[in-house]
Design a protein around this ligand. Structure first.
Ligand code: NAP
Length: 420
């Protein structure tokens, strides 16, 4: 059986692992970037290397003889979904959610306002966002959203070079971050501390940030009363206990401020963002000046060809993963973008089971036909062996104390391959 998996993030690899356990199944992973691993490489924070360790498992999948990699091939732009559907027994879209949701407020398009897909992509060397040049000369940074991505963005802005040792942040971005003028980072939630979607270990990391005090703009007595409420959910209680510890932190010159019950109303400024207006619970308007505003409010799928979107317009419409004909979907392409890396494993395994049970093997020489199409279209793809070469060079190019120096541009990667 011949399967094309589009995308090479966690869901794609969990599915590829499951498919490839059967030697009669041939899996071609097709990825728009030259490098595999999607969210693990470009989404997980550079200082969360333990989470990135899942790449070791994915590498073992890539090593298998019945798994191929076609990097630098953008499905629907370079090669149509119809071509893949006609030439493979099944196509599995595991393309993730790469677009930012919108606040839908005035001024959102101003220079200096970034969705977290762009900002996280920038600090992680995503080729689509590596030239972002966020304004780090702003004294204040505002991060909208109370989820783990907001925490990632705040932590990367706050950490010193030494605190980023052991990460895979690039030398260029490290220098920019080291020269940042930011001394106040506002993490703004539209709801209260009980409703924050942070997870405890990510919140605890803020107790250790060297140059910043962590402050809570919320009455401590009210927070205590929440903690002492016998009906409170254990996960929420643990978060609130960490918040409570923040009140006791030593005063430092720089501050991370958790600010609650503030609804974004408007981003003002000429062409560049100069600040943000927010409304509090009493309906009063407040103003925070800032030239750097990051919206960490969740992700949505970039539409693929003319495939129908779910009524939320955030992910692809499907019937439990089946889109139409022999086309299926899984992961964040198929459902709301929530959960940790492992969350999507179960769904990926389910869709593999479904595909294997409903699809009858009939297509032949799929890999050869794809290669032929790529050559005829004058495209250049990165094979798994070429990726292995790039991977080793990235590791050997790393600065002392760091893990790797990522290539963030496909032309540089292709040039390097010509010389190696
Ligand atoms: P998230 O957890 O869904 O958080 C999104 C935040 O944005 C929520 O606080 C939400 O508030 C807020 N928001 C949404 N629309 C808004 C609006 N119009 N105005 C103001 N605020 C708005 O999403 P995420 O942070 O992007 O994370 C995505 C998933 O990846 C999550 O499941 C997260 O846990 C996971 N992740 C995990 C890690 C880790 O484990 N280390 C790291 C990063 C991400 P409401 O609650 O009021 O809707």
């Amino acid at each position: 059986m011949n399967i094309a998996i589009i995308g090479s993030g966690p869901s794609a690899f969990y599915a590829a692992q499951s498919f490839s356990n059967d030697e009669k199944v041939n899996v071609d992973i097709i990825e728009k970037f030259f490098a595999p691993y999607g969210l693990v490489r470009y989404g997980v924070a550079p200082d969360h290397q333990k989470t990135k360790n899942i790449i070791k498992l994915f590498n073992r999948v890539l090593e298998k003889d019945n798994v191929n990699f076609f990097g630098n091939i953008n499905v629907s732009k370079d090669i149509s979904l119809d071509f893949l559907s006609e030439n493979y027994d099944a196509v599995l879209l595991a393309t993730g959610a790469s677009e930012d949701k919108l606040l839908n407020i005035e001024g959102e398009e101003k220079v200096g306002v970034y969705g977290s897909a762009k900002f996280v992509g920038w600090y992680n060397g995503n080729p689509e966002h590596s030239n972002l040049k966020p304004n780090l000369n702003s004294k204040n940074a505002i991060i909208i959203g109370n989820g783990n991505v907001a925490l990632d963005c705040a932590r990367i802005l706050a950490k010193t070079k030494d605190e980023l040792h052991g990460s895979d942040i690039s030398q260029k971005n490290l220098n920019l971050l080291s020269n940042s003028k930011i001394d106040k980072i506002y993490i703004v939630g539209r709801r209260g501390p009980k409703d924050a979607k942070f997870t405890i270990s990510e919140l605890r990391e803020f107790k250790e940030v060297k140059n910043y005090s962590t402050l809570i703009n919320f009455p401590r007595e009210t927070l205590k009363s929440f903690i002492n409420d016998s009906k409170i959910d254990t996960r929420v209680k643990k978060n609130l206990e960490v918040f409570d510890e923040f009140y006791n932190k030593d005063k430092k010159t720089k501050e991370i401020i958790f600010d609650f019950f503030k609804h974004p109303i408007e981003i003002y400024g000429d062409q560049k963002a100069e600040g943000m207006k927010l409304k509090n619970q009493n309906g009063e308007l407040l103003d925070i000046k800032s030239n750097l505003i990051i919206k960490a409010i969740g992700y949505k799928v970039k539409p693929i060809g003319n495939l129908q979107m779910d009524k939320s317009n955030n992910f692809l419409f499907s019937d439990n993963g089946h889109i139409n004909k022999n086309i299926f979907t899984t992961g964040w392409a198929s459902s709301p973008s929530v959960g940790v890396i492992g969350t999507n494993k179960g769904r990926a395994l389910e869709i593999v089971k479904k595909i294997l049970s409903v699809i009858i093997h009939s297509k032949k020489n799929s890999t050869e036909k794809l290669k032929e199409k790529i050559i005829n279209t004058k495209l250049v793809f990165i094979s798994k062996d070429q990726w292995k070469t790039l991977d080793k060079i990235e590791e050997s190019n790393s600065m002392p104390h760091f893990v790797r120096e990522k290539f963030d541009n496909v032309n540089i990667a292709l040039d390097v391959l010509k010389k190696n």
